[in-house]
Design a protein around this ligand. Structure first.
Ligand code: UD1
Length: 432
């Protein structure tokens, strides 16, 4: 069956009081919209499109979307879905509509909605949640077991406000029927918006099949409205992720103070010290030691020690048995097996072969003010302390660079390069 996913991502998120649009904000290094996109995709939805509006360029920069729809003016969730009308109205299949501000939703929950939708031949299947404090959410109005409509907080009677079952903007529609009725929405409500939730009532009037399923836990269904919600969601996800790593044989010395993103893998036997932040697409091999360091979008092999206080970023690739010591920054570089950079070093845009030793204070000088240049260091080379390698530069295999040198010309294999002032000694000078 064809499947379409629409992510509602046009709103500003006023209560977040941030400069970024809400769905571009992050939990553990990953944007809300990317969480939702990945959950839809993992649940098997084939064509996933965001509906963007407020600061749309920032939202669209979150990933490479195939197609998107633009809602220039934010006139409500139903209005947002109308933006997809021309493209989707005649397509057979299902359309999963979901708010982009509920990053903790799982692909399992999405799958369970889709499965019920197909098995029960529903026209609309929605996920709901029981919330201890339902304030702000649309309430699910049932007649016996049957769901009849959704009422927004601002339109609720005092009695309806006591209902704990809420709408969490997670809907699976028959695609053609959704677009058949989406244009019937009216602005007749307290917020004078077109509510997507009103489609449910229209479906009921048309005697279409509607089913509401309750989510098993409410944590994953939280819609993030403000920074306090964000902190609670971050804490929840952090615990889930850290527990998973600990179950997989990773030691987290202090899981409360260890921040690991959802797309990180870590091998058995690794030990991660408090204060470490590991985000983006990262893989770390077995038996590594990560001491209070920051690792983003990089891959690390087995038996590697990092830190304390190292920074590895931007698609760096580290092999096995490597030592990256304190105050070492590695950016967009490849380090082959056995490389050692134990202290106070910057390696940027560099390719470093097996068993190179990088002395304390070495800097690859990769930026000339306009462009970035590459540094290549051949197998077994020994770079002395406090060396500047002015890129582009090629340091030959098994060569030695004397401490304190600023190297501007390529060095052949097996050579010694010294580029520093010869020392002068003036005896008895200070006695005068
Ligand atoms: C909506 C639901 C409410 C539900 C709540 C949480 C409606 C009418 N109400 O509330 O029942 O309990 O979400 O799931 O649907 N958005 C747009 N364009 C717009 C308005 C919103 O793209 O014109 C997007 C926002 O970016 C956000 C999502 O829709 O990702 C939800 O919007 P928000 O304003 O937070 O929710 P409410 O409308 O208050």
């Amino acid at each position: 069956m064809n499947s379409y996913g629409l992510i509602l991502a046009g709103g500003k998120g006023t209560r977040m009081n941030d400069v970024l649009p809400k769905v571009a904000q992050k939990i553990l290094g990953k944007e809300f919209i990317n969480f939702v996109y990945d959950a839809l995709s993992d649940a098997g939805i084939q064509n996933i499109y965001p509906i963007v509006g407020y600061k749309k360029d920032i939202v669209l920069a979150c990933r490479d979307f195939d197609t998107h729809f633009v809602q220039e003016e934010q006139l409500g969730t139903g209005h947002a879905v109308q933006m997809a009308y021309d493209e989707l109205y005649d397509k057979e299949g299902l359309c999963f509509v979901i708010a982009g501000d509920q990053p903790l939703i799982t692909s399992e929950s999405i799958k369970s909605v889709i499965n019920a939708h197909i098995a029960n031949e529903n026209d609309l299947t929605l996920l709901t949640a029981e919330r201890p404090n339902p304030y702000g959410y649309g309430r699910i109005i049932r007649n016996g077991n049957e769901v009849v409509r959704i009422v927004e907080e601002t339109d609720c009677t005092e009695e309806e406000k006591l209902i704990n079952e809420v709408n969490i903007s997670t809907f699976c529609f028959d695609n053609k029927k959704l677009f058949n009725y989406i244009k019937q929405l009216k602005f007749e409500n307290a917020q004078e918006e077109l509510y997507l939730t009103d489609v449910l009532e229209i479906f009921k009037k048309e005697k279409l099949r509607v089913e509401a399923i309750k989510a098993l836990t409410y944590e994953e269904t939280v819609g993030i409205s403000n920074k306090k919600d964000l902190a609670i969601a971050t804490d929840f996800l952090k615990k889930e992720i850290n527990n998973k790593h600990m179950d997989n044989g990773v030691t987290l010395i202090d899981p409360n103070n260890t921040y690991i993103g959802p797309d990180v893998t870590i091998g058995k036997g690794a030990i991660v010290y408090p204060g470490s932040v590991i985000e983006g697409s990262v893989s770390i091999g077995e038996n590594c030691l990560i001491q209070s360091s920051y690792i983003i979008d990089s891959n690390i092999g087995d038996n590697v020690t990092v830190g304390p206080f190292a920074h590895i970023r931007q698609n760096s690739e580290l092999g096995n048995n490597i030592r990256v010591g304190n105050f070492v920054e590695i950016k967009k570089s490849q380090l082959a097996d056995g490389v050692k950079a134990a202290h106070l070093t910057y390696l940027g845009d560099s390719e470093i072969e097996n068993k190179v030793n990088i002395g304390c204070g070495t800097i690859t000088v990769n930026y000339d003010g306009k462009n970035k240049h590459k540094t290549l260091i051949g197998e077994g080379a020994f770079i002395g302390s406090n060396v500047n390698l002015i890129a582009p530069i090629n340091i030959g295999k098994n060569s030695i660079i004397a401490a304190g040198s600023t190297i501007t010309k390529d060095v052949p294999a097996d050579a010694l390069a010294i580029a520093r002032e010869r020392e002068t000694i003036k005896t008895e000078y200070n006695k005068k």
